[in-house]
Design a protein around this ligand. Structure first.
Ligand code: NAD
Length: 357
């Protein structure tokens, strides 16, 4: 156990700055190196954070800094080389952004590399620290809904941005039960060329081994969440049982109806609120191997396979069993199979996001 863990942060965009600032504000961490391929962005971040070791090559910065924590927040097209650089730097923990990867082929490889090296890893599904998310988990876990039979989630944003989050939290509400199969449909090619490549709309079912069913919609065709104004936070995630339901709205609190009646409360996804405990639990895990981070790679990885299985089912039809037996390139499968028909958005706001101007 160290008094302070040394941290390198790679990718000084929106999420890289969130991470770097949260590490710097936690007395258990010291940010010792920064990297970005954009020199102006790197210099601005280094000045703001007061870090002198910086560079445009992640491997070089990590080798020079020899960190305990190697954190990277690059776009999803870049994962394996940075996992490699993190492992080679001698870091004990790699902190990465969602999604785990763009394809199961890359996901399999990342899992293999982490298992072979023994390096800990966490995936940033930090919404779970929101008070409204925690309240719903508390209600579900209290048994007030009875034995949960259905978990559900919708988001207006597209798959590589949002689906990883949706799956993570329904799995959390369902106590991490393993999934046995999924079946899904997809529509719209517009976002296949995005930096978060995705079908415009994907929706389907997950069957979990404990009998619970998951129902998920992500993208243009997802229903509006009228209680929430901010489009990216129009997410509804919940659980139903024989006595009622409890659900969180990412940008608008929580509500529940149970046999005790109706209740509701506030809360909104907030990086300033959610990042400090996410970062602190990295220190806890580094201090004590028994205190496994709730966002550990091993806990997140089955959710990533559910997302990839959705893509396979949408591309190839039928049910896809889990865990996945062999790797594939799911984005290529979708590229080959998705029709050129334009997606039909559910709301004017989604029309503006998904259809050509
Ligand atoms: N957990 C969340 O709530 C959440 C929210 C938003 C985004 N994200 C995820 O975070 C990741 C980053 O998103 P963002 O919005 O911060 O992106 P961003 O575009 O703001 O930042 C990415 C940065 O990475 C840099 N970069 C690219 N290639 C690099 C390389 N080879 N070496 C070093 N730096 C490199 C870019 O120059 C840029 O500064 C994505 O995977 C995204 O899905 C997560």
């Amino acid at each position: 156990m160290k008094d302070k863990y040394r941290v390198v942060v790679v990718g000084m965009g929106k999420r890289g700055m969130h991470h770097a600032l949260a590490f710097q504000r936690n007395p258990r961490f010291e940010v010792v190196g920064l990297c970005d391929i954009d020199p102006a962005r790197l210099d601005a971040a280094a000045t703001k954070l007061g870090v002198t070791l910086k560079g445009t090559d992640a491997r070089e910065v990590a080798q020079a800094a020899r960190p305990d924590v190697f954190c990277f927040c690059t776009l999803p097209n870049l994962r394996t080389p940075l996992i490699h650089a993190g492992i080679d730097s001698g870091a004990q923990l790699i902190a990465m952004e969602k999604p785990v990867a763009l394809t199961s082929a890359e996901g399999f490889e990342i899992r293999r590399m982490l298992q072979a090296s023994g390096v800990k890893a966490v995936v940033s599904h930090q919404h779970r620290y929101g008070e409204h998310y925690r309240k719903v988990k508390e209600i579900v876990a209290s048994g007030a809904l009875g034995r949960v039979h259905t978990v559900y989630a919708t988001a207006s944003g597209w798959m590589m941005h949002m689906l990883s989050h949706l799956i993570e939290y329904i799995r959390w509400f369902n106590d991490g039960a393993p999934a046995e199969w999924v079946m899904a449909q997809a529509a719209g090619r517009g976002k296949l060329a995005d930096l978060h490549p995705s079908p415009d709309y994907i929706a389907g079912f997950v069957h979990f081994a404990n009998g619970v069913h998951g129902v998920i919609e992500c993208g243009a065709g997802a229903p509006d969440v009228t209680e929430v104004d901010y489009w990216w936070r129009k997410c509804r995630i919940g659980a139903q049982g024989p006595h009622g339901f409890a659900e969180v709205l990412t940008g608008g609190g929580w509500r529940a109806v149970t046999s005790q009646g109706a209740s509701s409360g506030g809360g909104c996804m907030d990086y300033d609120h959610d990042m400090p405990p996410y970062i602190q639990e990295m220190a806890d895990w580094l201090d004590d191997p028994a205190r496994v981070h709730p966002c550990s790679f091993d806990l997140a990885y089955p959710g990533f396979e559910i997302m990839m299985a959705f893509c396979r089912s949408a591309a190839q039809g039928g049910q896809v069993s889990l865990p996945l037996a062999a790797p594939a390139d799911e984005i290529q499968l979708l590229n080959h199979s998705l029709s050129s028909n334009l997606v039909i958005p559910s709301t004017p706001a989604s029309r503006a996001q998904y259809l050509p101007k």
